[in-house]
Ligand binder design. Structure first.
Ligand SMILES: Cc1ncc(COP(=O)(O)O)c(C=O)c1O
Length: 337
């Protein structure tokens, strides 16, 4: 565990994702955020937000989340670590397995609404408002990605990456980019925050990976302003945000983030290949970033050619929302189509 007890310092390992005979150019390092107690990087930011806000309250804190995905699970796990009550309102579309994981961690799960916004409205109307009005609890609202305390928590992964590279005598100048998946951009903003703190935000570009149907950052960059998606269609459900905050757009523009959009089929194939190669199941949201490691030509398209010293760091963001059966079923559906 880190000094804090809601997230782990995770390993950063160099991995050869291509065939044994191929040149390892650039060198690919994977940061294993899928090993966090909540199964994803969310443990860092969500835990930080809860920790800071529970210290500020005079009354006993009560954690409130409306995410049926990794943010809700991270809220439940962190609340359990901090001995705080937690209620998670999830939409009916939430997988039974995630409902079980969240409640196994001691949170009360309420199922309401057909999508996140309806669950979130219910949470605010029936829990936030009630706690604020009757004053019995200090409600801590956990947004899945939009809060500076979340970004601050996520930024800790950058200090770890830089320390590990230094221990291995790898000059920071060799790092050509950091690859991360983008939903609402909380992870992206956290990486930028960490790079800013290390004085590296203008030096190391972030390669932001999305899937078709969840490509709100790419659409926003093309439009020159943040846009809203009408619907979410990708299988990478954890990337399913219809908007990005203005600060995500501004950071992407200011620091020249590169944008890659992939199709679901190739991401599912990568998840299965990665499971076969390394014995780890990652969900499509994470497979999208790993796909880029298997296909350095995608990196070359946005960063130019590489030398053998060059390093790319890929954030393996999480794996809770998929099983091996989910991945093989999706793959069969693509083959049938
Ligand atoms: C595994 C995983 N990867 C990536 C993301 C996208 O994160 P963000 O919404 O911070 O961009 C999420 C969000 O839930 C996630 O669970």
């Amino acid at each position: 565990m880190s000094g804090a007890n809601w997230y782990y310092k995770t390993p950063l390992f160099k991995q050869n994702l291509r065939s044994k005979s191929s040149a390892e150019v650039p060198q690919i390092f994977i940061k294993y955020e899928n090993l966090q107690p909540g199964g994803s990087f969310k443990s860092r930011g969500v835990g930080n937000l809860i920790s800071v806000k529970s210290r500020n309250g005079l009354n006993k804190s009560h954690v409130l989340s409306s995410s049926g995905g990794n943010a809700g699970l991270a809220a439940a796990v962190a609340s359990k670590q901090m001995n705080l009550p937690c209620t998670v309102v999830v939409p009916t579309s939430t997988k039974q397995r995630m409902v079980r994981k969240i409640s196994d961690n001691g949170a009360k799960v309420v199922i309401r609404g057909s999508h996140w916004k309806e669950a979130d409205d219910y949470l605010k109307e029936n829990y936030m408002k009630k706690f604020q009005e009757d004053g019995t609890s200090n409600p801590i609202y956990v947004h899945p990605f939009e809060d500076p305390k979340i970004w601050e928590g996520h930024s800790t992964m950058i200090y770890e990456i830089m320390n590990i590279l230094q221990e291995q005598n790898i000059p920071v100048d060799n790092v050509r980019g950091i690859v991360c998946s983008v939903g609402g951009g909380g992870l992206f903003n956290g990486i930028i925050r960490g790079l800013e703190d290390c004085g590296l935000a203008h030096k190391i570009p972030v390669i932001a990976v999305e899937t078709h149907g969840c490509d709100v950052l790419n659409a926003s960059l093309e439009a020159g302003r943040p846009v809203t998606l009408d619907k979410i269609t990708s299988l990478a459900t954890s990337l399913g945000s219809s908007y990005i905050p203005q600060s995500v757009f501004d950071n992407a523009a200011r620091y020249g983030a590169k944008s890659i959009v992939l199709n679901d089929k190739s991401v599912i194939e990568t998840c299965l290949k990665y499971a076969d190669d390394f014995g780890q199941i990652v969900e499509p949201a994470c497979g999208a970033s790993i796909h880029v490691g298997y296909h350095p030509e995608l990196l070359e398209n946005c960063l130019g050619t590489f030398s053998k010293e060059d390093v790319i760091v890929i954030i393996a963001c999480g794996g809770s929302a998929a099983t091996f059966d989910d991945l093989t079923d999706a793959s069969k559906r693509f083959s049938a189509a």
